[in-house]
Each structure stands twice: as structure tokens, then as C-alpha cells.
Design a protein around this ligand. Structure first.
Ligand code: HEM
Length: 509
């Protein structure tokens, strides 16, 4: 054997040793500690059945570990419990990633065909990478100039809905049902344009059947029998989107809808599969904004001092009266000059969110030289844990404090606010949603007084069958009566939005 071959052989052996050693978990490195339950084996399964998504937060109560494991018998799931671990997860975003869930949602939620799934799957798995391309294409449409156009269209419908409320005066009606309809129409019209299929009341109802009963549908086991309501609702919306594309509705729609269509159509996807993906997108566009708008109204109207403060702020800084006497809410002025309104909104999101940003571990990885996360496991970051962490939000973190997000003392850490998720998969729709929810609240508080039919602002029970939304919604009607305020009797109203000023200075994870 020549000496140089021996040296090369030894060098290869040495490098292999270093490589293997560097990947071998060090002594003391283990999977995160298991969370025990009082009922052995099935305790966590029972917990989920009782509490729904909130269980992931509840399960960690009392634990000081930054990350824990829960054992579901057939698989283990990691739960992040402290913001320090969120930062670790973000640092390893290449192997702890959201992408596989996009593929899973396409299959389980909206039943995209096998061929369509292949196109959506990532390149590394031999697919066409369409899912990632679609999300990428949505960013300029929601974070760039497309946001201005979407906002202009959205506010037109919103003001019509707030006007219509006057006709409910003196009658009892379900505030959540009203907000749901108002937001659904304003949002979907802004996105899908004049031929928006969700504007048809039958399709709107079908969509909400799909959204509200999604929990059973995603098991994908005889869905037409086991999850009939969600299944029928979904299929009706899919058919409506197929007709929409065949009639060219997408060409008159927002940049968001056009970009999504373009990427999929040019990538070779069939129209029916695009319609299925669009049905899932309706979930993203309305399912969180709707309950968030309800909670914003609930939290403000149930606190008279806050209501009065916000009324003064909006009247003074975001309301204009034009020559013909019309009252106009200026969304840009609201964003720039109403810090109390914006802080209240973020506190609403902090305190109500069930968000549990989900990631998939694609390779063994060690966090903080201590916790081994194994390939193939799911990892969740329940907002309830980080959104209430006392070291970040203070010892009163359990309390609703509308000034919290204004406090200069707030120890902001980018990893501690989970309501819009965590980068790099942060919600791109957050500015559009903020304009809509704050615009609705600003006009409502100036124009109307609201009283709960029961006489008390009592927190409604939550509906557990919906899993797309990270904000819970009421399981029963929340009846109120409404009175137009004398201050603005006999006035007409509108909104104005300013191009380039649609992005809100929100705290994000
Ligand atoms: C108050 C309303 C909203 C809330 C609370 C909310 C919350 C969230 C959360 C928690 C995530 C998961 C992020 C993660 O895994 O780290 C998310 C993702 C997403 N949201 Fe929203 N969302 C809202 C409104 C919207 C709207 C209006 C749109 C579209 C117009 C939208 C589009 C999306 C998209 C496309 C993603 C996936 C991002 C990615 O994969 O990179 N959201 N949202």
C-alpha cells in the first residue's frame, strides 16, 4: 500500500469519526421531559377531547421546562413552553419546519388529487414545490402594494355592513353572527373580486359548515359519512370555485387571488385542484379575522372606561368630516395616531389566542445542547404558554391590560407573541386583518352603543369543532341590542385608506 493511500484512508476515517461524533447526542442529551398525566396512557387524549386546542397550553401549566414531550401512545409530540425554546426552534428552521403541514392540509382538509399533491410537495421529495411557491407569491400581495388595493375593496363592504346595523336598532340579534357575515363578505370580496363565490349566501353557509366541523374531516376516514356537514360544505365551495375559474373570475380579482391562480395554473395544476386549494385559503382569509373582530368588540364594549377612551381617541385622531357632512374613518390616521386602539387590539389577540404554530422535525436535532428532537415528530408552540410568560409580560400577565402593548417597560422579545405565529412562517395576512378589525371597531364604537341581551357581558362558551382558527369563537349565540348614538344621528359614513400605509406596527413572534 502506498503511503499516500494510507494517509487518505486515515484522513477519511478521522473525518467520518468527527462527523459521527458531532451528530451523536452528548451525555445528558435526551428528548424533552415527558409530561405526566393523572390518568395513565390516555390522559392527554382525554385532555384534547375535553379542551380542544387549549389543552396544549393547559397541559404545560406548572412546568418550568422550556420544552416538554407528550406521549399520545402512537406518537410523541413536543410542546414548547418558554420563549427561549421558540428562539431555538427558529434557529433550526431548516429542520423544524412548517412545510409538510401545507401538504398535509391539501390532502386532509381539501382532498387535492394525487397528481395535485405531487405538484404541491417540496422538490426534496420529488414534487413540484408549488405549495412553497404559492405562499411566496402571497407575500407581495399581502405585504406590498397589493395590500392597498385589497384594503380599498375591503372597506367598501365593511361600511355597508356597519350601516346596516342601524336597522337592527332596538331588536335583539347575535353579535357574533353579524360580525361573521360582515367580515366574511368584506374579506372574500376584497380577495376574489366581483365574481366572489362566497357572496352567494348558500356558499357562505356551506363554507362555515366546512370551517366549523373541520375537526372530524381531517381524519379523512369515510369523510362523507363521519364528517358529513364539513364534507358537503367543502364540496359545495369547491364546485363554486370551479365555476368561478371557468368564468374567469380570477382575472378581475385581487393580486392575491391572481398570484395564487397564476402559480398553480402555470405549474400544471388542474382547475379542480386549484379550486380545492382556494377553499382552504378561505379558511386563512376569514376564520381568524372573524372571531378576532368579535373579541375586539366584546373586550371594548364590556369595559366602559376603555370604550370611552377609545371613542375619544378615534374621534380626535382618525375621524374627518368632509364638505358634504360625511364622516370618514381614515385607516392610516387610525394606524399612526390611535396607539390605545392598536394596543387594545394586540391585548385582545394575546389573551384569546389558542394559536399553536405547528412544525415538523425533518431530521434529528439537538436544542441548546440539551434536548434531542427526533426526526418525524411534530412540535407545537402553544400561544397560551408564551403569550402569558411572566418574565416577558410581567407578573400580571393573566390580566387583560389594554395598555400592555404601549408600555415602554414591556420586555419585548420577538419570540414571545405567538398570536400571528412565529417567523419564518409568520402570518402574512396580519396587516390586512388588522385594518379590517380595527376599522370595524373604530366605526362601531363611534356610531353605536351595545348592550348584551342578558344584561351582563358574560364570556360565552367556545366552539371546539373548528380547528383552522387559532382564535376561538362562541358556541352559542351572543345576543345584544344596539342603539345608534345621538352624537352622530343622521350622518353618513365611509372609510378612506392611504396607499403605502396599510402595514401596522404589530409585535410578532
Ligand atoms: C386576526 C387574524 C389572523 C390571525 C390571528 C392569524 C394567525 C395566523 C397564525 C397563528 C398562523 C400560523 C403561523 C405559524 O405557523 O408560525 C398564520 C399563518 C398564515 N396566515 Fe394568518 N391569521 C390571521 C389573518 C389572516 C389573513 C386575513 C390571511 C390572508 C388574507 C392570512 C393568511 C395566512 C397564511 C397564508 C399563513 C401561512 C404562512 C406561511 O405558511 O408562511 N391570515 N396566521
Amino acid at each position: 500500500m502506498e503511503l499516500k493511500h494510507l494517509i487518505i484512508g486515515l484522513a477519511i476515517a478521522f473525518l467520518s469519526y468527527i462527523f459521527v461524533e458531532s451528530r451523536r447526542p452528548k451525555a445528558g442529551v435526551q428528548e424533552p421531559p415527558a409530561l405526566r398525566t393523572r390518568i395513565p396512557f390516555i390522559g392527554h387524549i382525554i385532555g384534547i377531547a375535553i379542551h380542544g386546542l387549549r389543552y396544549f397550553g393547559k397541559a404545560c401549566e406548572g412546568s418550568d421546562e422550556p420544552i416538554v414531550t407528550i406521549d399520545f401512545l402512537v406518537s410523541k409530540v413536543y410542546l414548547v413552553n418558554k420563549s427561549s425554546a421558540v428562539a431555538q426552534v427558529q434557529r433550526n428552521a431548516k429542520v423544524i419546519t412548517f412545510d409538510p403541514f401545507l401538504d398535509s392540509a391539501a390532502e386532509r382538509m381539501v382532498n387535492v388529487s394525487k397528481r395535485g399533491l405531487k405538484l404541491l410537495t417540496g422538490k426534496e421529495n420529488g414534487g413540484g414545490d408549488l405549495n412553497r411557491k404559492i405562499v411566496k407569491a402571497m407575500h407581495p400581495a399581502l405585504l406590498g402594494p397589493g395590500l392597498d388595493v385589497a384594503n380599498r375593496n375591503m372597506v367598501n363592504n365593511l361600511s355597508k355592513s356597519v350601516d346596516e346595523l342601524a336597522s337592527f336598532s332596538g331588536k335583539s340579534f347575535d353579535l357574533y353572527a353579524w360580525a361573521k357575515h360582515a367580515i366574511t363578505i368584506a374579506s372574500t370580496d376584497a380577495v376574489w373580486g366581483p365574481k366572489n363565490p362566497i357572496k352567494d349566501p348558500e356558499n357562505e353557509a356551506a363554507f362555515w359548515d366546512f370551517d366549523s366541523h373541520l375537526r372530524l374531516l381531517v381524519f379523512n376516514i369515510f369523510p362523507s359519512i363521519i364528517a358529513r356537514k364539513a364534507y358537503l360544505g367543502r364540496e359545495k365551495v369547491v364546485s363554486a370555485f370551479v365555476r368561478y375559474y371557468n368564468e374567469g373570475g380570477q382575472h378581475e380579482a385581487s393580486e392575491l387571488a391572481q398570484a395564487r391562480w397564476r402559480v398553480q395554473h402555470e405549474g400544471g395544476a388542474a382547475t379542480e385542484d386549484i379550486a380545492r386549494m382556494e377553499t382552504a385559503t378561505v379558511l386563512g382569509v376569514v376564520s381568524n379575522t372573524t372571531p378576532s373582530s368579535f373579541w375586539m368588540l366584546y373586550d371594548v364594549y364590556s369595559r366602559p372606561a376603555l370604550l370611552s377612551q377609545l371613542r375619544d381617541e378615534v374621534r380626535e385622531h382618525a375621524l374627518k368630516k368632509n364638505e358634504s357632512g360625511e364622516m370618514t374613518i381614515d385607516l392610516a390616521a387610525m394606524r399612526d395616531n390611535c396607539p390605545n386602539l392598536l394596543a387594545t387590539f394586540q391585548e385582545v389577540l394575546r389573551t384569546h389566542s389558542n394559536s399553536a404554530p405547528t412544525r415538523f422535525v425533518t431530521d434529528d436535532v439537538v436544542l441548546n445542547e440539551k434536548f434531542l428532537l427526533k426526526k418525524g415528530r411534530v412540535l407545537l408552540m402553544p400561544g397560551m404558554n408564551m403569550n402569558y410568560e411572566p418574565s416577558i409580560w410581567g407578573d400580571d400577565s393573566q390580566k387583560f391590560d389594554p395598555t400592555r402593548f404601549k408600555k415602554e417597560t414591556l420586555k419585548q422579545r420577538p419570540t414571545s407573541f405567538m398570536s400571528f405565529g412565529a417567523s419564518p412562517s409568520l402570518c402574512p395576512g396580519r396587516h390586512f386583518a388588522s385594518g379590517e378589525i380595527l376599522g370595524m371597531a373604530a366605526m362601531m364604537i363611534l356610531r353605536y352603543d351595545i348592550t348584551p341581551a342578558s344584561g351582563k357581558w358574560t364570556m360565552p362558551k367556545f366552539w371546539k369543532g373548528a380547528i383552522a382558527a387559532s382564535m376561538p369563537f362562541p358556541a352559542e349565540p351572543f345576543n345584544v341590542t344596539i342603539t345608534p348614538r345621538v352624537e352622530f344621528a343622521n350622518t353618513t359614513w365611509s372609510y378612506t385608506s392611504t396607499d403605502g400605509k396599510g402595514k401596522f406596527p404589530l409585535i410578532t413572534g
